[in-house]
Design a protein around this ligand. Structure first.
Ligand SMILES: [Zn+2]
Length: 282
């Protein structure tokens, strides 16, 4: 069978949202069948961290892979871009603990992937697709994530914020079956949606020593009277960003299950809990 990797290399530098640390990411074509994995090139012996559900070790405000000593944080936007654009294997070298947030969206990653293009690779036997035969769900309070049997991979999301500028938003997006076409809808509909936050929560998080790299240049910030840094790229940019995060987290299954994912007010923690349950039952 055939898989795909990048036809060239991609390099970007920037600040990490939570750590505030500047890092350089260099994405190289992966060996056939090697899947997507990170390499902490700044650490002794350059340890490898596979982009798999089994390596998730923290989900507070972003998804972190590895161990308490050797980890890479905020992997979701980059992994969503690679997986949604059909990059099955990639070696992602990083010289620090967190993937740069760039402009807060995945657009710079998807533009770069489209620019270098993909190449086909021969690999061994095809592993079986993950098919959801019965609904699988996880929930916490009034928030939930489910996977329903469906003929194609689709992501639907709802959010509900008590600020008029966001309010109640729902969006649904089907991952194109034609992954070799880089003009698929992930690139135009989901990747440009930026990270967002509420002003009062941001002040609290910064006082707690979190989101050290956040700024009005890399995240949309919403106050009681509206957005601090408009214009938005889409009227419903926040819910589209939640789909971006969900796509990135579900990509840690290695390949996208054929299923309809439905989430409401969920978090990285709940996305990962659902993915673990899928691994257990499918
Ligand atoms: Zn995000």
């Amino acid at each position: 069978m055939h898989q795909h990797t990048l036809a060239g290399e991609i390099i970007h530098k920037g600040v990490g949202l939570h750590s505030g640390v500047n890092t350089r990411v260099r994405i190289l074509p992966g060996e056939p069948g090697s899947d997507r994995y990170f390499v902490r090139v700044d650490l002794p012996n350059s340890p490898i961290i596979p982009a798999k559900i089994a390596t998730v070790n923290q989900t507070v405000l972003s998804t972190q892979l590895g161990t308490d000593e050797i980890y890479v944080r905020t992997v979701e936007h980059l992994l969503a871009s690679l997986s949604a654009m059909g990059v099955d294997s990639a070696r992602i070298e990083i010289d620090g603990p967190e993937v740069p947030l760039l402009d807060g969206s995945a657009q710079i990653w998807t533009d770069s992937i489209a620019a270098v293009g993909l190449v086909s690779q021969s690999v061994g036997d095809e592993s079986a697709p993950i098919v959801i035969k019965e609904p699988i769900s996880v929930h916490q309070g009034d928030t939930f994530v489910c996977a329903f049997p469906a003929p194609e991979t689709r992501f639907s999301y709802g959010i509900d914020f008590d600020v008029p500028a966001i309010g109640n938003q729902w969006y649904s997006f089907s991952l194109s079956s034609n992954l070799e076409n880089t003009e698929n809808s992930f690139v135009t509909e989901i990747a440009p949606a930026r990270t967002f936050g509420l002003l009062h929560q941001i002040e609290y998080l910064q006082k707690s020593g979190l989101i050290k790299g956040g700024s009005l240049d890399n995240a949309l910030v919403c106050g009681a009277d509206g957005w601090l840094n408009p214009p938005l790229r889409f009227a419903n940019e926040p819910v589209r960003h939640k789909i971006l995060d969900l796509v990135g987290d579900i990509s840690l299954l290695g390949k996208f299950p054929v299923a309809h994912f439905l989430a409401y007010k969920a978090s990285h923690n709940l996305h990962i809990q659902l993915a673990k349950k899928i691994l257990e039952f499918c």
